[in-house]
Design a protein around this ligand. Structure first.
Ligand SMILES: O=C(O)CCC(=O)C(=O)O
Length: 264
């Protein structure tokens, strides 16, 4: 089952996985409802000016949210991540809830995730798992093969503003939206149970939620393979891990207590 997916993932840096998570949709909907009712310390409204059609996010709550924990430890996600990354072992970095309410008109800017993170890894994978049907024109989309560009672009907040520090003087993301025809853009219609796996280096973005009827509720879980090292990015990271900064230095192994390997 995994061989074709693994080849596609290696070539494109992104792959759609159909139907694997059907049994996890109801439990994850409950887990997201719990999260929205009990926001974590890092909860964000990326659309503070809006009262409807908001874009809400939260992350790093999985160990306090039984539904997220069960998904991470008991669903097929860890095995899928290991197979696609081709690693011996698989560890959780964090989960990220991303809810775009009906009628949301806020695109998620084109970006890739690696430069936001306090981690460097050869093997990485995020699984973007929608809990509602998502039409192609409301779905996250990717530049096929961009994980192999050999570039790191300056992080941009989901509010659309660039990070104010840039210790590494990273490149600015090209204007992909303005030149879509120059890129191999991949995206899919998704039903609950489907998911998209992508490398931390793969460039991606998302339009607003064009559905006027339902939210686009998503859980992205972020995974790492055998070798993953802490990186001091010289300033803000997303997620922030203030308790690790100053304790770990670039090149240190990640602590198992915070980013455990998951049995598969
Ligand atoms: O859901 C979105 O709008 C963006 C998702 C994303 O950037 C991610 O999961 O890394």
């Amino acid at each position: 089952m995994y061989q074709q997916l693994r080849e596609d993932f290696a070539r494109d840096g992104v792959v759609v996985v159909r139907g694997l998570f059907k049994d996890w949709i109801e439990p994850l909907r409950e887990a997201v409802a719990y999260n929205l009712n009990n926001p974590g310390p890092l909860f964000k409204n990326y659309t503070p000016q809006q009262t409807t059609g908001r874009f809400l996010g939260d992350y790093c709550n999985w160990s306090n949210n039984p539904g997220y924990s069960a998904f991470i430890r008991q669903s097929p996600v860890a095995q899928l991540a290991r197979e696609l990354m081709g690693s011996q072992r698989v560890r959780i970095f964090h989960e990220h809830m991303l809810v775009k309410e009906a009628g949301n008109n806020k695109p998620t800017p084109w970006h890739h995730d690696a430069p936001y993170y306090c981690v460097k890894a050869q093997q990485s994978l995020s699984l973007w798992l929608p809990l509602d049907p998502v039409a192609r024109d409301s779905s996250v989309e990717f530049v096929g093969g961009s994980h192999r560009w050999g570039k790191l672009f300056r992080p941009r907040k989901f509010t659309g503003v660039d990070y104010d520090h840039d210790a590494a003087q990273l490149e600015t993301m090209p204007d992909i939206e303005g030149h879509r025809e120059d890129y191999r853009i991949l995206g899919w219609d998704l039903e609950p149970g489907d998911a998209i796996a992508f490398d931390y280096l793969t460039v991606h973005g998302a339009p607003g939620n064009r559905s006027s009827e339902h939210s686009r509720r998503v859980i992205s879980t972020r995974w790492l393979g055998d070798q993953a090292q802490y990186v001091d990015r010289g300033g803000e990271t997303s997620p922030p891990y203030p308790h690790l900064s100053g304790v770990l230095k670039t090149g240190d192994p990640l602590p198992q207590s915070e980013f455990p390997f998951i049995n598969v």
